[in-house]
Design a protein around this ligand. Sequence first.
Ligand code: PEP
Length: 255
Amino acid sequence: MRKQIAAANWKMNLTLGQAEKLLDNLLAIDWTPKTHQEVVIAVPAPYLFPALAKLKASGREHIYIASQNAYSEVSGAYTGETSAEMLQSLGVTHVILGHSERREHFHETDEVLAKKVDTSLAYHLIPIFCCGEPLSIREAGTQNAFVARQIEKSLFHLDVTSLQKVVIAYEPIWAIGTGKTASSAQAQEMHAFLRSVLAGKYGATVAEKMSILYGGSVKAANANELFACADVDGGLVGGASLVAGEFEAIIRALQ
Ligand code: PEP
């Protein structure tokens, strides 16, 4: 059975006190995960260490702390950056790579992202690799080719063992932080297409095992319908993950 994941992306939000309170609330949720279900919480970099300590103290299983980024190089004179090795040494298990906000504001290219994927995998971090088209591409009807190209350029150099460690998140840019969600039909169509692209390169058995999350204004009110789609294996959630009650409902919507 494919992994079903509810992933929170807190982005650059919350003070330490607010982050601690939110994490306490999330760790206190009375939720018994099925064996294939996971929760991943991507906190701002300064909160990784305290978040990991809280998670450990809670004894909760199937909940993981993620970084929102990692640098492409292993170490050296890269002031302000965080390496995959540092994250691994903290006990971080997952890293979001290729989020559209990083592609847009920090000019991360497909080529840089391919390197970040490699470096992250080398330090045993699970990349949550984001792809997704802007509104202009969706309106032109060329979203499939656009998104296929993103995964081909940043993931298709991987061998099959490495690829299977990656989680893909389809996040149409026009749906991120806009309150405008892709319909469940649009999400399902793209997820099935992505799975067919993966199958074309790595075979149907591998493609069937890959988790593909949907991201873009997921909230309590739409999570059930989205997660019920055959090829949607959970969600990457921004805004709604900052409200404990909303994110709890999203976790409970995992199938
Ligand atoms: C995101 O940050 O990845 C995201 C999907 O944000 P939101 O849920 O707020 O649209």
